[in-house]
Design a protein around this ligand. Structure first.
Ligand SMILES: NC(=O)c1ccc[n+]([C@@H]2O[C@H](COP(=O)([O-])OP(=O)(O)OC[C@H]3O[C@@H](n4cnc5c(N)ncnc54)[C@H](O)[C@@H]3O)[C@@H](O)[C@H]2O)c1
Length: 461
């Protein structure tokens, strides 16, 4: 099905059969996944990102980051010819039905509010290619009220009123393509029927499978995303707060989480205690939410998020405390940190708890060696002072302490008896509650797991 530009006059459009032409602006973890997913659905996609090296890779069908399954899907859509990439808009952007903004909204220089400068630079480059029929759809996570500010900004520069909509994204790195093609729900914020019609058409193949489609006003759609992330962050910090109590009370947070998780009002997801949340979204989103609520005069309503963050940071620091309790002065102690990515199945190390733990040991004078199955190139670029090793075995060689900081399967499946032969001291701190403690104890490791009282676990001989 070919794209049909004059959509309102197109008979295929009336039948809801038409495929759309999109520009996807910003090709990071969110934008590249979104671009490939819509191309897979048969839409015609033009990906735009000023990063020349990223565009060169994408043109060759190569991903600039690790995301399971996205690499082969990219090759498929490049070969099918329904995706193209460019560092800037060309005249072809003028005929797009939708311009989808997926640029980063990182933490700003004040350390809390979201920096929206990339949104505005993306809009500035788009303005010469905008026309009255096209819809600008924001997918980036933004402070509530951003779309209204963008509208004012554009209206001052254009001779017409642009269509603006927001379409927050809930994909998770590690399962990003599946999350995009089979989402729990699709949320759109719209204030005109044309934008709603185009967005319904864009997602038709997905909504036809029964995925809930929530259409709301634009501020609600902006708020939905930060509310969801605040809830998830709170849930993780809740169980980590319980872990702090359990550690001094001699209780086991893993058993406790299992016990409360059976209550369907609570649920067992996001209830594993450990060194907490990180990544390019949750930490900066809750800080930006607090900053925006303060601007709106309702900072007190989300002040609890300060505590959510404080708990999160304390759990990262707890690993170093345990190490010092066990080993005393850490100067020149060799510490193997297993994991650098903020979670498994990604190479994303933004605000990673694993990296924070590695840095704390490094600051305490330890000789830190980091391993990660996918994120080592990012570690070497961002933290050249930290030693990295390409294999788990090399990383733990002669270690005085092993810390599991990311719950990769490789660590869960490692053979503790084999690793025991390589280390200088059989001490492991499980920062993610991912290891089978009894197996490690059988291999005569001392294992300390956050929030657990492992002395109670019987050692099976
Ligand atoms: N990563 C996720 O899992 C995820 C999930 C949901 C929502 N989000 C949100 O999506 C947004 C993007 O996140 P990300 O993780 O993809 O960030 P990212 O840093 O990986 O990607 C941002 C991309 O935008 C590009 N860019 C910057 N200025 C540009 C411009 N003027 N024109 C075109 N491209 C430009 C950058 O070069 C970069 O490739 C953020 O608001 C984030 O909160 C991310």
């Amino acid at each position: 099905m070919t794209p049909c530009r004059v959509l309102s006059q197109c008979s295929l459009f009336k039948l809801n059969l038409v495929k759309l032409k999109l520009t996807i602006i910003g090709l990071g973890y969110l934008g590249a996944t979104t671009a490939v997913a819509f191309a897979k659905l048969g839409h015609e996609v033009i990906g735009i990102d000023p990063d020349t090296s990223k565009i060169e890779l994408l043109k060759q069908g190569k991903l600039p980051f690790y995301e399971p399954g996205l690499d082969s899907a990219l090759v498929e859509v490049v070969e099918a010819g329904n995706i193209s990439f460019s560092t800037e808009h060309t005249s072809t952007s003028s005929s797009a039905d939708i311009h989808m903004i997926c640029v980063g909204t990182p933490q700003g220089p004040d350390g809390s509010s979201a920096d929206t400068k990339y949104l505005y630079s993306a809009l500035d480059s788009l303005i010469p290619f905008l026309d009255e029929d096209a819809v600008i759809v924001g997918k980036s996570t933004v402070p509530v009220g951003t779309a209204a500010q963008i509208r004012n900004y554009l209206e001052a520069k254009l001779s017409f009123t642009p269509h603006i909509a927001w379409n927050p994204e809930f994909l998770r790195e590690g399962t990003a393509l599946k999350d995009t093609l089979e989402p729990d729900r699709i949320v759109i914020g719209v204030d005109d029927s044309w934008s709603e019609k185009l967005l319904r058409l864009l997602y038709k193949d997905i909504t036809d499978t029964g995925v809930p489609f929530i259409s709301c006003d634009i501020p609600t759609s902006e708020l939905v995303k930060v509310a969801a992330n605040s809830f998830l962050a709170t849930k993780i910090s809740f169980i980590n707060a319980i872990a702090e109590v359990a550690e001094v009370a001699g209780a086991d947070t893993v058993k406790l989480a299992e016990a409360i998780g059976y209550d369907e009002r609570i649920g067992n997801k996001f209830l594993r205690n450990g060194i907490g949340f990180g990544g390019g979204c949750l930490p900066k989103d809750i800080r930006a939410f607090m900053a925006r609520a303060n601007e709106l005069g309702v900072g007190h309503s989300v002040a609890f998020l300060n505590e959510v963050e404080a708990i999160n940071l304390r759990r990262r620091a707890r690993v170093l405390e345990i190490a010092q309790e066990e080993l005393g002065d850490l100067s020149n102690r060799r510490v193997a940190i297993l994991g650098a990515a903020f979670k498994p199945e990604t190479d994303d190390i933004r605000d990673s708890p694993a990296i924070a733990v590695a840095e704390q040991f490094w600051m305490a004078g330890a000789h830190v060696v980091v391993h990660d199955p996918k994120a080592l190139n990012n570690v070497r670029r961002a933290f050249p002072q930290i030693e990295t090793q390409p294999t788990l075995e090399l990383a733990v060689s002669n270690a005085d302490l092993v810390v599991v900081a990311t719950e990769w399967n490789e660590y869960r499946e490692a053979k503790p008896a084999e690793l025991a032969k390589l280390v200088a001291n059989r001490l492991v701190i499980d920062g993610r509650n991912t290891l089978d403690a009894s197996l490690w104890q059988q291999a005569s490791w001392q294992i300390i797991a956050l929030g657990r009282n492992l002395e109670r676990i019987p050692v099976l001989v």
